[in-house]
Design a protein around this ligand. Structure first.
Ligand code: HEC
Ligand code: HEC
Ligand code: HEC
Ligand code: HEC
Ligand code: HEC
Length: 330
């Protein structure tokens, strides 16, 4: 095999060869191919170039926060964001996760699992000395949240089952709107009687369907839950507005309160509001929008880490119910 697929074979030629002789290759990968992984594995993780992993060393938020961080920390940041010392701008590379081709292919030959099950933990547990007087802050622990989720829901799915499924083949996250669409289930449960009495009352129910807290990952994410009373002519009145974030109502700014949806949580947001006089007689509905905002409460108006053109708010879920208006009776 090595003779046929070795370093002397150009990637294009290797591809043609693989297409023609796939079954043989599937059973017997080359021991030490030298060309870059993509030459032979064009199908692995479609869209990888656009993923957070591929962009981890170069995306603008990282570049900006690296520039703002104490220079002594740069090497620490690189351990997760630019782990390939030979290609510091390549982000998290094929080799970071799979090892070099020898390692990747030796594991296959030995029928071992393709990857160490603790691989994701290496980087998705984030502690950084960014607190007061350089104190270490526990910033992210998705694996611990995920363990809690499994315990609470009995759902066996691992990180890879959700993030590298055929739909989300490249470890999709907030950069992929289709992937986000399944993250929470939202429903509005109004009390009709209250609508008839000139007010709306009821609750919004939000169920976290992600395999960890929602929003997961970076603290630069927060979810907005907004409920509005909407008249048929398009007029709107806000009924409820909540932020699910890491900062929450932290009084001293140093001990953030985690207001995100916990793993497996179904949270109820009760609402009660008078129907504005101007809406009298109009056909009314309640509309709820759950969005993910890429912001930090440190910078409420202009987030210096969001470059122009970057989408600030990504839709996650929507719900709508029509109300029985007082004039229609019951
Ligand atoms: C010269 C072609 C070639 C190159 C270059 C190459 N591979 Fe492979 N690789 C194969 C073939 C052939 C197989 C076996 C068929 C398959 O599963 O696609 C394979 C299998 C694999 C598998 C599957 C292992 C399993 O358990 O199913 C992984 C992972 C892998 N390669 C990773 C890599 C990585 C990472 C690189 C770059 C560092 C790389 N390969 C470079 C040809 C190549
Ligand atoms: C963040 C870690 C990570 C990175 C980066 C990564 N992979 Fe993977 N790769 C995985 C995981 C996890 C699996 C699935 C293993 C499983 O199903 O058990 C996988 C599966 C594969 C497979 C086997 C696919 C199959 O059909 O079973 C190949 C081949 C592969 N990766 C190649 C690559 C190549 C080429 C790159 C770079 C473009 C790359 N990987 C980057 C983690 C990674
Ligand atoms: C070498 C470190 C490293 C490893 C190993 C790693 N990740 Fe990541 N991952 C990162 C970094 C860094 C980012 C953030 C990149 C950014 O947005 O700057 C990230 C981002 C992500 C994202 C968001 C992607 C996006 O496009 O927004 C997901 C999902 C993810 N990782 C899942 C996984 C899973 C699942 C595994 C295990 C198979 C894994 N990661 C292994 C470092 C790693
Ligand atoms: C049941 C499916 C599921 C499982 C299991 C799961 N996730 Fe997620 N993950 C999601 C969904 C849906 C989102 C998008 C909503 C959000 O941001 O929380 C997400 C978001 C993320 C993000 C933020 C994405 C971004 O672009 O910022 C990261 C990082 C992440 N997951 C990593 C992991 C890791 C690591 C594991 C395993 C320890 C894991 N996930 C397990 C479904 C899952
Ligand atoms: C232990 C691994 C690790 C270290 C060390 C680390 N990060 Fe990260 N970082 C991550 C992961 C994982 C994510 C992605 C979470 C997500 O996608 O939601 C991330 C996300 C980020 C983000 C948000 C990117 C975005 O798209 O929202 C910024 C900014 C960032 N890191 C900057 C830094 C800086 C600066 C340092 C060094 C002071 C650093 N990180 C050190 C793992 C690490």
């Amino acid at each position: 095999v090595r003779k046929r697929l070795g370093s002397s074979v150009a990637p294009a030629a290797a591809l043609v060869f693989l297409a023609a002789a796939a079954p043989a290759c599937a059973a017997d990968p080359p021991a030490a191919p030298a060309s870059d992984c993509r030459g032979c594995h064009a199908d692995a993780h479609p869209g990888f170039e656009r993923s957070g992993h591929a962009l981890a060393a170069t995306e603008p938020w990282y570049a900006r926060s690296l520039a703002l961080s104490p220079p002594a920390l740069a090497r620490l940041c690189a351990r997760c964001h630019a782990p390939d010392a030979e290609r510091p701008r390549a982000g998290v590379t094929c080799e970071t996760c799979h090892g070099g081709p020898e390692a990747a292919h030796a594991r296959r030959a030995a029928r071992e699992p393709a990857l160490d099950p603790r691989l994701c933990e290496r980087c998705h547990v984030v502690d950084l000395p960014l607190g007061k007087d350089g104190a270490w802050v526990h910033l992210q622990d998705t694996p611990a949240e995920h363990a809690l989720w499994r315990e609470r829901t009995g759902d066996p799915r691992g990180c890879v089952d959700c993030h590298a499924s055929p739909l989300a083949a490249h470890f999709a996250g907030v950069r992929d709107p289709d992937f986000l669409a399944g993250a929470v289930a939202v429903s509005i449960v109004p009390e009709d009687a209250a609508a008839a009495a000139g007010e709306v009352r009821g609750e919004v129910r939000l169920e976290n369907l992600a395999g960890h807290a929602f929003p997961g990952g970076s603290r630069l994410r927060e979810a907005w839950v907004r409920l509005a009373l909407v008249a048929a002519d398009g007029r709107r009145a806000e009924v409820l507005a909540e932020r699910l974030s890491w900062r929450g109502d932290a009084a001293d700014g140093d001990t953030p309160v985690d207001l995100r949806l916990a793993p497996g949580e179904m949270r109820r947001f009760p609402f009660r509001a008078a129907i504005p006089a101007a809406f009298a007689g109009a056909r009314l509905a309640l509309e709820c929008a759950v969005d993910l905002a890429l912001v930090s409460l440190d910078f409420p108006d202009s987030h210096p880490m969001i470059p122009p053109g970057e989408p600030r708010v990504v839709p996650v879920s929507r719900a709508r119910v029509a109300l029985v208006s007082p004039s229609e009776g019951r």
